[in-house]
Design a protein around this ligand. Sequence first.
Ligand code: 5AD
Ligand code: SF4
Length: 472
Amino acid sequence: MQLPNYQKAKSRNKDQVIREEYQKNKQYQNLGRGKTYHVKTYGCQMNEHDTENIKALLEELGFQEEEDYEKADLVLLNTCSIRENAHNKAFGMLGRLKHLKEKKKDLIIGLCGCMAQEEGVMDEILHQYRFVNFVFGTHNLHHLPDLLYENLKSKKQEIEVYSKEGNLIEGLPVKRATSYKAYVNIIYGCDKFCTYCIVPFTRGKQRSRRKEDILKEVEELVKEGYQEVTLLGQNVNAYGKDLEEHYRMEDLLEDVAKTKIPRIRFMTSHPWDFTDRMIEVIAKYDNIMPSVHLPVQSGSSRILKLMGRRYTKEDYLKLFHKIKDTVPNVSMSTDIIVGFPGETEEDFQETMSLVEECQFDNAFTFIYSQRENTPASKLEDGVSLKEKEERLYRLNEKVNAYFLKNNQKLIGKVVPVLVEGKNTNGKDGLYGYTDTNKLINFAGDISLTGKIIPVKVTDAKTWSLDGEIDES
Ligand code: 5AD
Ligand code: SF4
């Protein structure tokens, strides 16, 4: 058994990361033969992509996917720690699984992802959730077959969570969610240590994949007919900083653009590492989508300092306008936290004024959630939950008004759309995403799924557009 330790998780060293090729263990080949699995995924795209690897690992063992978790022989929760509600959802699900296991004695239950990296969570699992068969963390996903094997053999709870990142594993099998859109990891971990954030503890130090490995993966996706890649990382702009060769995010973006994959997206960017060259590269290549997610978190420079974000409101605005002025028709989205400890009404008004100036196309807004062991969790917080909820409400009213206003500007325009499939509006209804990452609904044949087609915008709502296929 190995349990997580925050002291170790926090430490960073300059050691070069060792790369290792995933080796399939033939011994486990038939472990899951005749059995089914179901993976529930919480949280960000990073977790969604990890789930794609987990599914492929399970299928290598002979398991087959089952849509209904109640019917599956193995249920695995890939968890998220970012806010308390993600926590509560996973624990709620564990409660349901406990009942299910009372009826289905052989049910295998696993837990992985960010929550497994938390000391407090693992303490609970050890003492109150003995029915969980196995647990692994974010650093040893590739050990899933070994843990499962051990658990089935010993019938004992198997827990293996490394506090520190180990080798960077290449060549993991992957079962992608679609045949036209793919996630490609470019950097793991985060060294920013924003004071509210648990990610630097749960995902370890910043580690970039080698450009050769990334480009090879993208080139294969092009060959397979993929239309879009999203380059993933907690902070993609830090890409390359830990590599020996001088090769950074802008170089990678440019090389990925040259593979001719039709659409490139990337997330998430930290304003700190967003260089002028990167903006120029985004503007230069048609296949880099004009859509930038640039989390601001707060509009108050005082709060930004307490958050450890390393920029002021003015720095953010300067960068924001530079991107807007350089990349034609770019859409901008952001993340905002309200109710950080000690946030005053004046601080909040600074956020509101920043929103008025930026008029974001999309924004993910959150109430601050205290996370175990983070520096912010030690700060005095005099703001009541009621006040925080009111601020969130006022902020949402404002951001929503701008979403609608920006969407309305598109009415009458023809936009390129990657068709994703049937929507819930009716029998001929399809949906897809525009180059600027806006959801659009329109009538069309299901065979268009996975294609990029021109669609004329006919109406605008707050969170989506309506359109019709442009035949002209
Ligand atoms: N409380 C609320 N929101 C948080 N985020 C990260 N940590 C917290 C927290 N403790 C938000 C940030 C980040 C997004 C992924 O989640 O806005 O950009
Ligand atoms: Fe968390 Fe900040 Fe790293 Fe983003 S940049 S993952 S908010 S520590």
